[in-house]
Write a protein that binds this ligand. Sequence first.
Ligand code: GRF
Length: 199
Amino acid sequence: KKIAVFASGSGSNFQAIAVAAQSGILNAEISLLVCDKPGAFAIDRAEMLGIPALVISPKSYPSKAAYEAEILQKLTSLDVEMIVLAGYMRLIGPILLEAYEGKIVNIHPSLLPAFPGKDAIGRALAAGVETTGVTIHYVDEGMDTGPIIASASVKVEAGETRETLQKKIQRIEHSLYPEILEELLNGEEEAVQWEKSVH
Ligand code: GRF
C-alpha cells in the first residue's frame, strides 16, 4: 500500500515511518513526502532516505483549493492510498478530504480532546496536568477533531520541562505511529482498539 506523508518541520515522525517501512516492520511504501515549507529539515531527511519530496508553497497558488488540487494530482499519479500527517501545520481542505475520505490520519502530542492545536505540550505543562500523551486520529475539517484511533499516555514528572516532556512524547510517537499505521493498513479494523501507557 502506498502512503504519502505530509510534514512542515523536522520530520522525525516521517523518518520513523519511513525507516519502519524500509525495514519491513510497516508493510507499506512511502511514495512521497509533501512539505509546505521550503527549507524544512523533513526535506533533507527525504533525500537521505531516498524518498521523493514534493515541496510546495501555498503562497504560490491563488487559493487553497488550487494548492490542494496540485497535491492531489501528484498523489493520484503515484496511486497513493493514504495520507499520513506528521507535523503538517495546516488544516486539510475539502479537495483532499473528499478525495481521501476516511484515509487521512494525524498524530497529535496530547490526549485529545485536551489541548488541540499549537503548542499542545507547552500548554499541557502550563496547565499542570499529571498525565498527557499522544493521540492518533482520523482527520476531518476541524483542528485535531476527527475520530480517535489510538492514544498513549505519558506521566508528567516533577521538574519536567518542555524539552524533557517533548522528548518522551516524541519517543512514543516514533514507535506508536508506525505500529498503528501497520494495523490500519494491514490489520483487522476491529483490532485497532488499544490504549498504551508509558511512564
Ligand atoms: C509531533 O510532535 C506531532 O505530534 C505534531 O508535530 C510534531 C512533529 O514533529 N503534530 P516531527 O516533525 O515529526 O519531528
